[in-house]
Design a protein around this ligand. Structure first.
Ligand SMILES: NC(=O)c1ccc[n+]([C@@H]2O[C@H](COP(=O)([O-])OP(=O)(O)OC[C@H]3O[C@@H](n4cnc5c(N)ncnc54)[C@H](OP(=O)(O)O)[C@@H]3O)[C@@H](O)[C@H]2O)c1
Length: 302
């Protein structure tokens, strides 16, 4: 199979396309012929040589933690899935590839109405946003502040907070403000007096915060949040907890993914694709994401 592969840490140019032997599903696993795979900021860090504490193994690696495709082989003991079923799911360091072998409990069926690009880049952002809200529980009496609201996680976070009845203030550059309004957020441009603009909209402060941007957003959260126990950062993994802003503790699950996919199929949740690249151009996908700006999701197709 063809994969995008990192043998030496570095810039986007180290992502090389090469052939590896096709993986075989073991007991409890399925093999999926991948049609699309999401590109995440996490992948940029992996490519640069960073490893999370829980990750085993050294480079070389195939990045990518989310995918969509068609099951083409089923391992021993798997009775709930059959070849030919269209699915999406999550896996760790493996998805920039034509085939992924994954635990049968990490996939859900793809609705016919969900395009491949949307399915391939759906699980990480949607689940991250939903995990945050499961932890801090925004509701109808709350003003929610989302830093980085136009991004992949942010776009889902805006919609899922609105569905819980909260009022949402979202930060983004002004070119994304119409998009944020469509999702139901009140937009502000973080470059021009972030704290003052939020105070103009919510003089009493904000009840819930999701920080997807870090740096000044962290300082602003400390100034604006009424209760730090209802704040989360997905960016500042060290400085956040030191300041009293926790990172997420929930793990991805197929049951949460299934309910988010249902919401997409019913039309209550939307997903914006920023751009798609063929697998062979994974380096260009990384270059685009590495700008740090833009709205929606970047996806590889194969
Ligand atoms: N489980 C987890 O903890 C988890 C899971 C997924 C992602 N993450 C992390 O969450 C962060 C966001 O991920 P993502 O996939 O949503 O990334 P993304 O799609 O690249 O979105 C990032 C957004 O941040 C905005 N931005 C840049 N600088 C900003 C600033 N100073 N203030 C406010 N917004 C700013 C950008 O929009 P503009 O054009 O408006 O600047 C962009 O829309 C990343 O750090 C990622 O690693 C964590």
């Amino acid at each position: 199979m063809k994969v995008a592969y990192v043998s030496t840490p570095g810039g986007p140019e180290v992502l090389e396309v090469r052939e590896l032997s096709d993986p075989q599903p073991g007991a409890g696993q399925v093999r999926v012929r991948v049609r699309a795979a999401g590109v995440q900021p996490f992948d940029l860090a992996i490519r640069s040589g960073w490893r999370p504490q829980y990750a085993e193994g050294e480079l070389p690696q195939v990045p990518g933690n989310e995918f969509a495709g068609v099951i083409d082989a089923v391992g021993d003991g798997v009775s709930e899935w059959r070849a030919g079923t269209e699915v999406l799911g999550f896996n760790f360091l493996s998805c920039y590839a034509e085939y992924v072998v994954v635990d049968a409990g990490q996939i859900v069926e793809k609705p016919w109405s969900m395009p491949w690009e949307v399915a391939g880049g759906f699980t990480a952002g949607a689940q991250t946003a939903e995990i945050a809200w499961e932890e801090v529980k925004p509701g109808p009496d709350d003003v929610v502040l989302i830093h980085g609201a136009a991004g992949n996680v942010g776009g889902f976070a805006v919609q899922l907070a609105r569905l819980r009845g909260a009022r949402v203030i979202g930060t983004a550059r002004s070119e994304h403000h119409d998009y944020l309004r469509e999702l139901g957020a009140e937009p502000i441009d973080y470059r021009f007096g972030l704290v003052e603009q939020v105070r103009d909209l919510a003089p009493a402060g904000v009840d819930v915060v999701l920080d997807g941007a870090g740096r000044e957003a962290l300082a602003a959260t400390l100034e604006l949040a009424k209760d730090l126990t209802r704040t989360r950062t997905i960016y500042e993994h060290e400085a956040g907890p030191k300041a009293g802003i926790a990172t997420l503790s929930g793990a991805r699950s197929a049951s949460r993914l299934a309910s988010l996919v249902d919401m997409y199929a019913e039309g209550t949740l939307t997903a914006l694709i920023r751009s798609t690249y063929p697998l062979e151009r994974a380096a260009d996908a990384h270059r685009e994401l590495e700008t740090g700006h833009g709205r929606g999701k970047i996806v590889l197709t194969m």
